[in-house]
Each structure stands twice: as C-alpha cells, then as structure tokens.
Design a protein. Sequence first.
Length: 82
Amino acid sequence: MPSLPGPFSDPRVITLLGLLAVTATAWAVALGQRARARRARADMPLERVWHPQESVSLTAAEEDTFGQVVSRLSLGSAGRLR
C-alpha cells in the first residue's frame, strides 16, 4: 500500500482522522435516533392519570377539610400564598 504524501503519511494522523469520522458518524446516528423517538412520542396520546376523587365520594367532613386546605393555599392580595 503506497503511503500518502506530506503530513498524512503519519499513522497518528490517519488514526485521528479515522476516529473523528467514526465519532461524527456515531453522533449523527444518535441524533437521528433521538429525533425519531421524539416524533414517535408526540404521536402518542398522553396517559390519563386516575384521581381518587373520581370514584370515591367524600364525606361532608372530608369536603370541609379539603375546602379549608384549599383556602389556605389560595393566593393572598400580594399574589403570594397565605
């Protein structure tokens, strides 16, 4: 095999160029896989989260307690939590 002229005749340079080519190829493949996964995820509907209040009725005392907690967490006049 004839050697390349000039600075490309050094095996370290050839190794470096080969390593850069392999790295660039691996990076491009990984980027394509990520883009494909993102597109596939966008097509899927979001999974609905079940909430316990949908099937469990609250007692009057539980509803009152829940209302008190929510009123404490509501925003005050300055826009901050009380």
